[in-house]
Design a protein around this ligand. Sequence first.
Ligand code: EPZ
Length: 423
Amino acid sequence: MEQLEIQGGHSLKGSIRISGAKNAALPMLAATLLAQGAFRLRDVPCLEDVNIFIRLLEELGFKCKKEETGALLVDSSGLSSHEAPYELVRMMRASVLVLGPLTAGLGRAKVALPGGCAIGARPIDFHLKGLELMGAKLKLREGYVEVRARRLSGARIYFDIPSVTATENLMMAACLASGVTTLENAAREPEVVALGQMLQQMGAHIKGLGSETVKIEGVRQLSPVDWKIIPDRIETGTYLMAVGAAGGKLVLENTVPSHLDAVLEKLKNAGLVIDILDETTIRVKRRGRLKSVDVKTLPYPGFPTDLQAQIMVLMALAGGLSVITETIFENRFMHVAELRRLGADIRIEGRSAIVRGVSSLAGAPVMATDLRASACLVLAGLAAKGKTVVGGLNHLNRGYENMDEKLCSAGAVMKRVKIEETV
Ligand code: EPZ
């Protein structure tokens, strides 16, 4: 197992280049199931989750090859299976994104049901109900969902909650269905819009991207494309907040400021000095102690749930009282117990965490439980006095490309150490 030993108290300076977005790369990899031939995806982030998805595509018969430029070549002409095995799905629940494309492209799919995960039950009922409305026949057996459809037909699908991957799965399925599919109360995240734009480039007829109603008119065939993955807005937000935790000044390059309106607003209200230098560059600096602000996570364009744990670190050190409300997932406060070990004063009341700012945190060993909690603990280690040891780095490796190298290049002091697994 790996852990990160962080020496707190070093402020940040310099610049960091943002990588391609994990949550755009995963659905775009799934979209390669919709057309035969050679795709080229640029700015694919080097992440554990992406590697698992590539393994899944290879299981299905694809040939994937990384170019020196960092681009990924995906040849889908060898598609020979329709089954996503449990051992891969349990490692990465976004594997469920192959359901829609396989059903639309091959007429059948067999995908292991993703279990719950640390942050919540995360059912996939919207995905399955949508496919049924499009005419698919579903069978749940031995932990797998088996889907069959001669050809999907267009349908009107209303989401009780604007689910990101359900919107993506059904938008992909609808591209090859006969007739028009309308997705109502659809997710509007930039990653959903980017996927839709890639599908349009492949020949799909999609209207309403970025709004709550997306209309897709099915076509008979799509073609492979050469496509660039959008920068990661959650990685961007994490490094903005790293300055909030450690102090100093950073320039973040290759990002999209307009994807972070709610986050930038919140961080400015907390007292961070943020300048948009151009349409791909943000400069952030901290002057003095931050102010406490209230935060409520919401579907896009609201404040993202994937930055809730990170902003909690800033509020743990701000001057006042902050109420942080998590409305998306039912169990996304596991980082609170770990922050308390560092001296944070946080009380949980239902879906809210009441954070009373303290003057300083003290380093200690802590354990990450999920991807964004691991990022939060790294930020806390930057701020805490003394040494913080963050365990459970497998979570961090899933979603952040070279986080420790990027932060060390900006003045942080930390190192990865391998430790023997204790029984
Ligand atoms: C996506 O997950 C992201 N993952 C998550 O990022 C992100 O936190 C989440 O969207 C919310 O923004 C990817 O894009 C790969 P949802 P997703 O469906 O699609 C409920 C990270 O850290 N729901 O939008 O799984 C669900 O339980 C990860 O990068 C149903 O009830 O999230 C949740 O309460 C974590 N039934 C709410 O909707 C369904 O069929 C929103 O979930 C689907 C979802």
